[in-house]
Design a protein around this ligand. Structure first.
Ligand SMILES: [Zn+2]
Ligand SMILES: [Zn+2]
Length: 239
């Protein structure tokens, strides 16, 4: 209802992704051409059966997953972290175009709906961001996405159960092993009762090395969750 009123008063007059003029609204923030581009970018690309990373070779699992099975049950993304998918993340995080999260969240929910291995699900939980980033941005993009995913799936979203308890140095320059080590003790669960025995859908914007998703899944499972699956808007490449 709020979304409808907002659109009525403030319709968008350019496509959120390519800025083509026209009439756009929250449920349809980009043009048909951008829709086609998003579709074409993700078409017929083989992904790791377990973590959803885009594969270059002919195997059905990436190297990471075949070396060590991830703690989560399954991870998938709407598309690869490139081109228009990357643009959408930038717009959402840095360009104050939070309204595109509604459509992004619906597309993420669609992936979950169409993959039977996700089900049954009980709860949606966003990956918490670091305090400095939260202060800088004013919002957690994963929480905004999680809210829309949960709404589209008819599930409850709990934003304050998985929390960040320790700040970590930037992950950017680190190797895979260092990243995992760097994140140890960064997350904690408040109120374990809320997740005990539950099948959880963990939501993040991008899956790159998977170290964040893996650490969050481990913490949730240690706190008593039955199963954790992951959905992101975009995913990186695996080998
Ligand atoms: Zn467009
Ligand atoms: Zn994998």
């Amino acid at each position: 209802m709020f979304e409808f009123l907002f659109d009525l008063v403030f319709p968008h007059n350019t496509c959120a992704l390519c800025r083509k003029p026209g009439l756009y609204w929250t449920g349809r923030p980009w043009c048909e051409e951008c829709d086609r581009k998003l579709e074409a970018t993700r078409e017929n690309r083989p992904v790791c059966d377990r973590c959803g990373k885009y594969l270059c070779g002919g195997d059905n699992q990436c190297q990471d997953c075949s070396e060590q099975a991830p703690p989560f049950f399954i991870a998938r993304a709407v598309g690869p972290y490139e081109k228009c998918y990357k643009v959408a993340v930038k717009l959402l995080k840095f360009m104050c175009r939070g309204y595109i999260a509604v459509r992004m969240g619906r597309m993420m929910a669609e992936v979950v709906k169409n993959e039977p291995r996700y089900w049954p699900l009980d709860l949606v939980i966003p990956v918490p961001i670091s305090q400095p980033n939260l202060m800088k941005r004013g919002f957690n993009q994963s929480e905004v996405l999680a809210r829309n995913v949960a709404k589209a799936l008819g599930l409850k979203m709990l934003p304050d159960v998985l929390v960040r308890v320790r700040e970590t140095p930037s992950q950017r320059e680190l190797t895979k092993e260092e990243r995992q080590q760097n994140l140890k003790g960064a997350f904690d669960v408040r109120d374990c009762e809320k997740i005990r025995g539950k099948n959880i859908l963990l939501v993040d914007d991008v899956y790159t090395t998977g170290s964040t998703a893996k650490e969050c899944a481990t913490v949730l499972l240690d706190a008593g969750a039955n199963r954790v699956s992951v959905i992101t808007w975009a995913s990186g490449k695996g080998f």
